[in-house]
Ligand binder design. Structure first.
Ligand code: HEC
Length: 243
């Protein structure tokens, strides 16, 4: 018998405490998405598919980009790109494409999309919305097990459990050639541990328990925020014959 499966979440509870974040970037997710394709077609040939730079073309993401651009504004970046890029062919794309490409460059440097579309005249400091690209690392372990009968449990269902660990850290340094030193612009990160267990209460009801602990830190300002999240979800599944 074929079955149609629909899942609905009946109840969920969530406890959460806010953490430190960058301001939203002055562009929309939509702009950055189409900017990625336009970047691929017009810029990646010289600056690299991952904005890593090559030969004479400098990197457009990461530590060295942030060192050059962190204290400059979004409109400066937009004006430079529009006037002189693709190299030797400035002003060859339409204004909207330049906006989208700059939105994508900001996104690639860790900026978060916001509600306002990028116009190109924003005086926002790039360092206040972007932190260079973050390195990510994550581990996930998952397995199913049963309540041990020997302990007197009568439930005969698998408990599917997952434990995950994730760490993100991003630091930006500036090399001061004149003074021969290196100073830290930013050193921020986040580490989290999460646990997730679910079991079938009956053929149509799944119970899920999730918990996590997230630590966000900013070493420059010596700030640290810890957040605990605990949530429970009941899922009810509906079965029906396809028409
Ligand atoms: C034909 C190769 C080529 C293409 C295509 C190209 N660039 Fe460049 N780009 C360069 C070179 C070379 C430089 C360095 C110019 C200089 O130093 O005067 C540069 C510099 C830049 C800079 C200044 C970086 C800095 O840190 O000073 C930005 C930003 C930039 N390009 C963005 C773009 C964007 C966005 C596109 C696509 C619309 C693009 N480029 C297409 C070769 C290219």
């Amino acid at each position: 018998m074929k079955k149609l499966l629909a899942t609905s979440v009946l109840a969920a509870a969530l406890v959460s405490v806010a953490a430190i974040a960058l301001e939203d970037g002055p562009f929309t997710a939509e702009q950055a998405r189409s900017g990625a394709a336009l970047y691929g077609a017009n810029c990646a040939g010289c600056h690299g598919a991952r904005l890593q730079g090559a030969g004479e073309a400098p990197p457009l993401a990461g530590i060295s980009f942030m060192a050059a651009w962190g204290n400059r504004s979004v409109d400066e970046l937009y004006n430079l790109v529009k006037a002189s890029m693709p190299y030797g062919n400035g002003n060859s794309l339409d204004v909207d494409s330049y906006r989208k490409i700059v939105a994508y460059v900001l996104l690639a440097n860790g900026a978060k999309p916001g509600n306002a579309a990028l116009a190109g005249s924003e005086a926002v400091k790039i360092g206040s919305v972007a932190d260079g690209k973050a390195e990510e690392m994550s581990v996930d372990v998952g397995r199913a097990f049963r309540f041990p009968k020997s302990l007197g449990f009568t439930v005969d269902n698998d408990i599917r459990a997952r434990i995950g660990w994730q760490q993100t850290r991003s630091s930006t340094f500036i090399n001061d050639l004149a003074r021969g030193g290196s100073s830290r612009l930013s050193d921020i990160g986040r580490s989290s541990v999460s646990m997730n267990a679910d079991t079938d209460l009956s053929e149509t009801v799944i119970f899920t328990l999730q918990g996590s602990r997230v630590i966000t830190y900013d070493n420059n300002f010596n700030r640290r925020a810890t957040q605990y999240v605990l949530s429970t979800v009941f899922q009810v599944q509906f079965f029906g014959e396809p028409k």
